[in-house]
Ligand binder design. Structure first.
Ligand code: CA
Ligand code: CA
Ligand code: CA
Length: 368
C-alpha cells in the first residue's frame, strides 16, 4: 500500500493522452475473477468466433482455456531457452484465426517468431511450423521484449529489447542498423519469412527497413486501442523511471522513444534526441520495479472503466488506470496483493485479464 501511494504522488505526467473516456474512472469498482491457474503464464490471446483463451506459459506451452479447464495445444519447450526473462514470451492469431504466431527465446538466445497453422477445432496443425523472423540477442539474457500483435493496419508488430545488460552497452536502441530496442513491423509470408510493408519509416533511407519505432529498452508489453488504433507501450526502465509511451493511430512510425539517451523524462547518457517522443507517464522506483503495459478498456461490463488505460507494475501489486495521467490516475481497488503482475490480456468482447507469474489468470470484473 505504501508503494502505491508513493507511486501515485511521484509519477510524472508529461502530456495528456486522450483515451476517448466516456465515464468517471474514479467510480470504477472492480474485482478479479479467477479463470485459470497455470505455470508462469506470460501472454494471452483470443481468436475470432472462439470462446477460448489461449495462454502462453513461459516454459514453452500454449494452453487453451475454456470454463477454467486448460488443454495443452502446443509444446515447444524443447526448442526454447526458458527462465529469468527468457522463454515463450508472446502469442497472437492472424485475423482469420487460421494461423497462430508465437515469439520465444530460441536455443541460441535469439528472439524468434514462428507461425503455426490452426484448425477450426482449436488445434495446431501438425508439422505446420515455419520460421518468420529471428533477431540475434548476443551476450546477455535479459530484455527480450517478445510481445507480438497485429495492428489495426493488418501488419505484424514485434517488440524487441535492447540486448540486455545495464545501460544498453551495445548502444542498440538508438542504432537504426540494429533490430534491438525497437518495435518492428513486418508482413509474415505464407511459407515463412516476411516482407516489408511499403510504408515503413526507414524504407528508402538509412536504417533497417523492419523498424517501426526505436529508442526502447524493454517494451515488454504494449497494445493497440481497439477503438482508436492508438499504440500504448510499457517500456521497462533502468534504475529510476518506468514509463508509458504513446503513439497515435495517425503516426507514420519512426518515433524515437529516447533510450538510452533518456530514461523517462531525464537524460541517461544524453543528450536529448532531436526528435525525442517523451513518455506520457513516468513513475519512479519507490517500491515499483518494472512496468507491465496493459490495455485501454473497451469492454462493456465495467462502464466506469470505459476508455481508461489499465496497467501495472511487477512489484506494486495494484492495478493502475488513467484516462489522463495528469488528472485521474488511480489504483483500482482490486485485491491483487504482491502477485507478480506479468501481463494483461484482452478478449474478443474487450474484457481485460491479468496474468500473474505465480500462476493465476484473472478477469477484471465489476465489483458486485
Ligand atoms: Ca549505453
Ligand atoms: Ca532502410
Ligand atoms: Ca523513453
Amino acid at each position: 500500500v505504501r508503494a502505491r501511494f508513493i507511486l501515485l504522488v511521484l509519477g510524472v505526467a508529461v502530456a495528456a493522452a486522450p483515451t476517448s473516456a466516456t465515464a468517471a474512472l474514479a467510480d470504477a469498482e472492480v474485482v478479479l475473477t479467477p479463470v485459470a491457474t497455470l505455470s508462469s503464464p506470460v501472454a494471452l490471446a483470443t481468436r475470432p468466433n472462439d470462446p477460448a483463451l489461449y495462454i502462453a506459459e513461459q516454459e514453452g506451452l500454449v494452453q487453451r482455456v475454456v470454463d477454467r479447464q486448460a488443454t495443452k495445444i502446443l509444446d515447444i519447450s524443447e526448442r526454447i531457452t526458458s527462465g529469468g526473462e527468457q522463454g515463450l514470451l508472446g502469442l497472437t492469431f492472424a485475423a482469420d484465426g487460421n494461423t497462430l504466431y508465437v515469439s520465444f527465446t530460441d536455443r541460441r538466445g535469439s528472439l524468434a517468431v514462428k507461425a503455426y497453422g490452426f484448425s477450426e477445432a482449436g488445434k495446431v496443425k501438425r508439422r505446420s511450423g515455419r520460421n518468420i523472423i529471428k533477431v540475434a540477442h548476443p551476450g546477455e539474457t535479459n530484455h527480450n521484449g517478445g510481445n507480438i500483435a497485429f495492428g489495426p493496419d493488418g501488419h505484424l508488430y514485434i517488440g524487441t529489447g535492447d540486448g540486455g545488460g545495464g545501460g544498453d552497452p551495445g548502444e542498440n536502441a538508438q542504432d537504426l542498423e540494429s533490430l534491438l530496442g525497437k518495435i518492428l513491423r513486418i508482413d509474415p509470408t505464407r511459407r515463412g519469412g516476411y516482407s516489408i510493408p511499403a510504408g515503413n519509416p526507414f524504407v528508402g533511407q538509412p536504417g533497417r527497413d523492419e523498424i517501426w519505432a526505436y529508442g526502447l529498452r524493454n517494451p515488454w508489453r504494449w497494445s493497440f486501442d481497439r477503438l482508436t488504433g492508438d499504440l500504448w507501450i510499457g517500456d521497462v526502465g533502468q534504475n529510476h523511471w518506468e514509463e508509458i509511451d504513446f503513439q497515435p493511430a495517425s503516426s507514420n512510425g519512426g518515433e524515437d522513444y529516447g533510450w538510452d539517451n533518456m530514461e523517462g523524462t531525464e537524460e541517461f547518457e544524453g543528450p536529448v534526441p532531436p526528435n525525442h517522443t517523451p513518455p506520457v507517464f513516468a513513475y519512479p522506483h519507490n517500491g515499483a520495479c518494472s512496468v507491465t503495459g496493459g490495455y485501454v478498456y473497451r469492454g462493456s461490463n465495467i462502464p466506469n472503466l470505459q476508455g481508461a488505460y489499465v496497467f501495472g507494475d511487477f512489484c506494486v501489486g495494484e492495478l493502475l488506470a488513467f484516462t489522463d495521467p495528469a488528472s485521474d490516475l488511480r489504483a483500482l481497488n482490486a485485491n491483487v496483493g504482491q502477485f507478480h503482475l506479468a501481463s494483461f490480456g484482452e478478449d474478443e468482447s474487450g474484457e481485460l485479464y491479468v496474468l500473474s507469474l505465480g500462476g493465476g489468470v484473472f478477469r477484471i470484473d465489476p465489483a458486485p
